[in-house]
Write a protein that binds this ligand. Sequence first.
Ligand code: NDP
Length: 263
Amino acid sequence: MDLGLSNNIAVVTGGSSGIGLATARTLLADGARVAICGRDAARLAAAVEQLGTPNTELLLAECCDVLDRAQVDAFARKVAQWGGEKVDLLVNNAGQGRVSTFGNTTDAQWRDELELKFFSQILPIRAFLPLLEKSEWPAIVAVNSLLSIQPEPHMVCTSAARAGVQNLLKSLAAEFAPRIRVNSVLLGLIDSGQWQRRYEARTDKSQSRAQWMSELAADKKIPLGRLGDPDEPARAIVFLGSRAASYITGASLEVSGGVSRSI
Ligand code: NDP
């Protein structure tokens, strides 16, 4: 299937690690030119190294906090200069989850989480909208979580915020139609940065990574029996962002190894 991504300009927020990095790699392999951002310069430089594409024509890597409007606007200006004043695909991926219950989440933590989940969508979409409008086949793909439809009490504010983001995306899909398609992926457990950090913080240090991950998959009752690899959501993101998905907007695609219980 021809995804029609050759010479497309794609932006991946949080492209320096995990799912964002795998998405950038997949897009480059499919012929797109890719701009990635993250906050940490060293992590960004390591990602450029891993992508093995030092050619700055093909890959632009910029430090940018997606919650800082001035930084996001500056990133969009850089991308505009680099990419020829248009963007074909915006992947809003930057972020992380928060593990906390209602009982132990402070007001400040609620505000932080709501800000992260909403403004990591709002600020990049605002900044890149004029560039997306100049594309022939523009698309936005948001990386969201199954928690949006299947909330977990131990991730109460992440679940609630993620549900709100799904609602926002539905409105945007209608508002931006017929020009710009807006879709999302709903992830289950993907073996990337946040699970690596939780593995490193495990209480039983004698457990190997493979043991820890397989117990996690069993504990979460994942029908496919394992966590996802970042390349797996990356392929779904790239499909939704490509011309191959030309009649899909306002949709969400579950990438969860079957853990979703909704019909
Ligand atoms: P990683 O921690 O591996 O990667 C997160 C990326 O986002 C990094 O590049 C990080 O770089 C960047 N980032 C985080 N905050 C910001 C910010 N404010 N501004 C710019 N960049 C930022 O995580 P994953 O790949 O696992 O997660 C990717 C997305 O998928 C996240 O939104 C996450 O919540 C979501 N998700 C992941 C699941 C999973 O199981 N892995 C499940 C459900 C959803 P830096 O820190 O340098 O800024």
